[in-house]
Design a protein around this ligand. Structure first.
Ligand SMILES: Nc1ncnc2c1ncn2[C@@H]1O[C@H](COP(=O)(O)OP(=O)(O)OP(=O)(O)O)[C@@H](O)[C@H]1O
Length: 496
């Protein structure tokens, strides 16, 4: 039989085919959107610390990935035989097809989401926690936007798969593209021409949506955004750092008899440290002595085994083995700000949005007011002209200055610095140390874990030297200098 070009051309204007194309688009979009949402929930469930929940999610993924879609389709479509009450909606091929597709695709998409969630750096969760964001807030504002961007290419791929899988729904008599084609060629036997038209309609759908998804990917890809410098001045006066006087004898923050173990290994035990209001305390010591673990225990990023942390006399954290039941002290926890070694800025947010995120989340003021304050803080750390940039468009030192502004935006009573310059190039260390030194002069209560000896001695009121989980020295910089001059064993570590 000769190839009928006229017939083929006519098929491109066929009402039946265009109706079927629309149906395939509707079914694919609905199945994809539902599977993306449900897949995310299954991925979260799979990561749940509660074993029954994560096992249930794993079982779901295992079962529906093992089941051929065709089997599932026929099963769902015939369910009314066993449960007649479901007949009202399951007898509709579109509904049955949608349910089967969603059940199956949710299992695949859950694994895509899980991979993306795992790719979001742990530091992002910690940054959200120290800014007082709740679990949902962290997911909504920090994790989901980043995970979505990571998952989008794979999710786009799944959409293409779904479009093609809709052809299977023809077995339950849904008038989609393949079924329309089959009806045509069983009447006129023009199989080649009809199947070419069928292929055209599928390719058309995939091409259009592939293009749209690429555009969405581009929109979400902050790494491709143009760097923009801002020339707008900060409005208003420079933010006056809150003046805290060291008059109160009550420590601003203290750890009493703290103990921290990782499995069998004890990092420190029976360790106490008190920091007065307005005091700047630097913690120095050899690598592995427990400095970072100590500072992270002060704001609950590390859970203590024993001991109690007080903030201005209020017990805010207690070790898991203490019999102390603490009320939920959300407000108090916001009084402790933290600057991390690796900055942990939110990569999907501009510099200004990074600084504004926590005050907006905690409704510390309206947007214009919060924005003005954030810009003043950025001015204070010399980063105002970079307010519209994304973190990857900044140097390490600039990122750390933004991280300091972000921590200050919540006006914490105590500021913790965990090796703030360790991840920086030597040229940028100075700019960050200068900002921290300025803050120290303004009377803020600060605890700084650092390897910068000269800086620690110059800016601190007190230096704590840790060694093997113990505080081996706790005194003023002058006392430390004297001990070092006397040739104390501290001199081996503190080379000035
Ligand atoms: N999450 C963890 N799991 C297991 N062990 C850990 C963990 N975090 C820290 N440790 C261990 O606890 C000890 C103290 O580590 P920590 O990071 O507090 O030391 P550090 O004094 O800050 O060191 P550095 O100056 O190198 O950062 C080390 O032996 C380290 O291996």
């Amino acid at each position: 039989m000769e190839f009928d070009w006229t017939y083929l051309l006519r098929l491109f204007w066929s009402r039946d085919f265009w109706k079927a194309t629309l149906l395939v688009v509707e079914l694919s979009l609905a199945a994809w959107a539902l599977s993306v949402v449900l897949g995310f929930l299954v991925a979260l469930a799979r990561q749940s610390p509660y074993a029954p929940v994560s096992r249930l999610a794993s079982a779901y993924i295992w079962f529906f990935r093992s089941l051929p879609l065709l089997v599932l389709l026929i099963f769902v479509y015939n369910l009314p035989q066993a449960f007649p009450s479901t007949g009202a909606f399951l007898s509709l091929p579109f509904v049955s097809g949608l349910i089967a597709l969603v059940l199956s695709e949710t299992a695949y998409i859950a694994e895509i989401h899980r991979g993306a969630l795992m790719a979001v750096n742990r530091g992002q969760y910690e940054a959200g926690r120290v800014l007082g964001l709740g679990k949902l807030g962290i997911q909504r504002l920090i994790v989901i936007p980043q995970a979505l961007r990571i998952a989008l290419p794979a999710l786009g791929n799944e959409f293409v798969s779904i479009v093609k899988l809709t052809s299977l729904v023809s077995v339950i008599s849904l008038s989609e593209i393949l079924l329309v084609g089959q009806r045509y060629y069983t009447q006129n036997f023009k199989v080649m021409e009809t199947m070419l038209a069928v292929a055209f309609y599928y390719v058309l759908i995939v091409t259009v949506f592939d293009r749209l998804l690429k555009l969405l990917e581009k929109r979400l890809d902050f790494s491709k955004k143009e760097a923009e410098l801002s020339t707008a001045p900060a409005d208003g006066q420079a933010v006056a750092a809150t003046q805290f006087t060291a008059s109160s004898q009550q420590p601003a923050i203290s750890l009493e008899r703290g103990e921290k173990r990782f499995g069998e290994s004890t990092v420190f035990s029976d360790l106490s440290l008190a920091v007065k209001q307005g005091e700047v305390v630097s913690i120095i010591g050899p690598s592995g002595s427990g400095k970072t673990t100590l500072i992270r225990s002060l704001n609950g990023l590390e859970a203590l085994n024993r001991g109690v942390v007080h903030l201005h006399g209020v017990a805010i954290l207690a070790g898991s083995e203490e019999s102390l039941k603490l009320p939920k002290l959300k407000h108090e926890m916001l009084e402790i700000g933290m600057v991390f070694q690796s900055f942990n800025l939110f990569p999907h947010k501009t510099v200004l949005d990074n600084v504004m995120m926590a005050p907006l989340y905690h409704k510390r003021g309206g947007r214009p007011e919060t924005e003005a304050k954030a810009r003043l803080l950025l001015d204070q750390v010399g980063m105002l002209m970079h307010e519209n940039k994304y973190p990857h468009q900044l140097s390490g030192g600039q990122q750390q200055r933004v991280a300091i502004a972000r921590a200050l935006a919540m006006e914490p009573l105590v500021l913790l610095f965990d090796e703030p310059t360790s991840a920086l190039d030597p040229e940028t260390v100075g700019e960050v140390l200068r900002i921290i030194a300025d803050l120290a002069k303004s009377g803020r209560t600060m605890v700084i874990v650092t390897h910068e000896m000269k800086f620690a001695l110059d800016v601190s009121d007190r230096v704590v030297f840790m060694e093997k989980g113990r505080i081996a020295f706790n005194g003023s910089p002058d006392e430390l200098r004297r001990q070092v001059a006397r040739g104390d064993r501290l001199a081996d570590f503190v080379r000035l």
